[in-house]
Design a protein around this ligand. Structure first.
Ligand SMILES: [Zn+2]
Length: 250
């Protein structure tokens, strides 16, 4: 069993991928911001291109800090069958694995159907299958659909489809990340509107019994522990008793 996570930021990037600072910079920022746990989760887009990972893990092991530090990656869901960019050899070295939908996701970001209903179904399927994969701990920024070429929005997902996805989260024991910079994924939507729209999703997931994780998705140390918007969501839906408490290490 893992450690109690407490006040956490389970999604940060460093120079190992596209972040701007070192692991030690991120950890110092986490300590300064009063976190109990920080995860280093650099991007892993291809399991054949992860030769940097042992060094990331070794560096984290060597650092002495008064908080929990988790070694992780942010992988990608590659298609609507939930194929991941992370395999067992990679996940086995890590404390935590996040996966997201991104540029590489076939059937969602590329070769996506024009019909909004079909696209929503594809996104739901990608999540449902990924939730069945034991390597995954957290789904990063779920429903990050505001930068898709097809013009869909969160409101296009009907309640019953969201419930199906939520049930897959519960069955697979996956955490739903409340990502602080969700607004980045919705450049043409006012933040207030996004918040309203996202709250419907979070409420449905909370009612179905899903657990939640908080992440800044910081790409520089000054963003580590920046969880203002995420904490607003926690308050508004009263998620205090549904926040992830520990990670079961693989
Ligand atoms: Zn990220």
């Amino acid at each position: 069993m893992g450690k109690v996570l407490g006040r956490h930021d389970l999604h940060t990037h460093t120079l190992y991928s596209d972040g701007q600072n070192t692991i030690s910079d991120n950890i110092r920022a986490a300590v300064s911001n009063g976190l109990d746990t920080v995860a280093i989760t650099d991007h892993c887009f291809d399991s054949d291109d992860a030769e940097w990972l042992p060094s990331l893990v070794a560096e984290i092991k060597d650092i002495k800090a008064p908080i929990n530090i988790l070694a992780g990656v942010e992988g990608t869901i590659l298609d609507t069958r939930g194929t991941l960019s992370v395999d067992e050899a990679i996940a086995g070295k890590l404390d935590i694995v996040l996966v997201d939908l991104g540029k590489l996701t076939q059937g969602v970001y590329t070769n996506a159907p024009c019909d909004p209903g079909k696209l929503c179904r594809n996104i739901a399927d990608a999540y449902i299958y990924a939730c069945g994969n034991p390597l995954v701990n957290i789904i990063a920024h779920p429903f990050n659909v505001g930068r898709l070429q097809a013009n869909i929005c969160i409101d296009d997902f009907p309640d019953n489809l969201l419930m199906q996805v939520a049930d897959a989260f519960v069955a697979g024991g996956k955490a739903f990340e409340i990502m602080n910079m969700m607004s980045w994924w919705f450049p043409s939507m006012p933040v207030k509107e996004l918040t309203r729209s996202y709250l419907r999703v979070v409420r449905i997931f909370a009612e179905r019994g899903v657990i939640f994780a908080l992440g800044s998705d910081a790409h520089s140390a000054c963003g580590v522990g920046n969880l203002g918007w995420a904490n607003q969501i926690v308050e508004k839906v009263n998620l205090h008793n549904q926040l992830i408490e520990r990670i079961t290490y693989k």
